[in-house]
Design a protein around this ligand. Structure first.
Ligand code: PLP
Length: 236
């Protein structure tokens, strides 16, 4: 039995407390916001400590790392979300290993994920990643292409489009991120009006260690927090 390290338990409690206070500030039900503990580069032993403290949902960015770590952790009670950029030729691993993919950003990738999920007899929940900031370096589809991609993906038998994801430009100041979070939420609301049959797109994956409270205030349902929980990463 892995004993929770006090510092891990304290950090998790601190994050949950801040999530709660953010919900209170904007009158949201805390049950509507889930913490994705981003465990990229974190070794299995420390991931187990987080699980022992009550983490239930883990986010990974790299397929190769996930292929090694997920079988080592081997815990069917937890959910794994893929949050990194996904190459079409890696769709088979994502469809096999993950409970949700946050980074659907092209039609070829949608087709590849649909095919691979179908081969495994499963329906894969996905989020469409949108580059709301227009930064060259960021992956994600253009905001103007989101509705068409969502409509196409929603028409595929083995994908379930649950919502949208974004990554604003890196900043230590949450107020720099807030307009991008707000833009994602507005885009979601627009697309739902255009596509009433698309299931309402209830999930918004936005907010990281530096800005998750602003993201919650702007409607996030999944916040992706790594550094605040696991400490500084040795790379990335
Ligand atoms: C690394 C990463 C995170 C977590 O970032 P922190 O600043 O460590 O909380 C969240 N989302 C994505 C897509 C990431 O790559």
């Amino acid at each position: 039995m892995t004993q929770p390290l006090p510092d891990m338990a304290e950090r998790l409690a601190g994050i949950r407390e801040r999530m709660l206070r953010a919900c209170e500030r904007c009158g949201r039900d805390p049950a509507g916001v889930r913490l994705v503990a981003v465990s990229k580069t974190v070794e299995p032993e420390r991931i187990r400590q987080a699980l022992a403290c009550g983490v239930a949902l883990l986010g990974e960015n790299y397929i190769q790392e996930a292929r090694e770590k997920i079988p080592i952790i081997d815990n069917s009670d937890i959910s794994w979300h893929y949050i990194g950029h996904l190459q079409t030729n890696k769709a088979k691993y994502a469809a096999a290993l993950f409970d949700m993919v946050h980074s659907l950003d092209s039609l070829p990738l949608a087709h590849a994920l649909d095919r691979e999920a179908g081969k495994r007899g499963r329906v894969l929940p996905v989020l469409v990643q949108v580059n709301v900031s227009g930064e060259q370096s960021k992956s994600g589809c253009e905001p103007g292409d989101a509705a068409a991609l969502i409509a196409a993906a929603a028409g595929l038998q083995n994908l379930l489009v649950r919502g949208l994801m974004t990554m604003p430009p890196i900043s230590d100041d949450p107020e720099q991120s807030r307009p991008f979070f707000r833009a994602l939420r507005r885009l979601r609301d627009d697309v739902v009006r255009q596509l009433p049959g698309c299931g309402g797109l209830p999930e918004l994956s936005m907010g990281m260690s530096a800005d998750f409270e602003a993201a919650i205030e702007e409607g996030a349902t999944l916040v992706r927090v790594g550094t605040l929980l696991f400490g500084e990463r040795s790379y990335i």
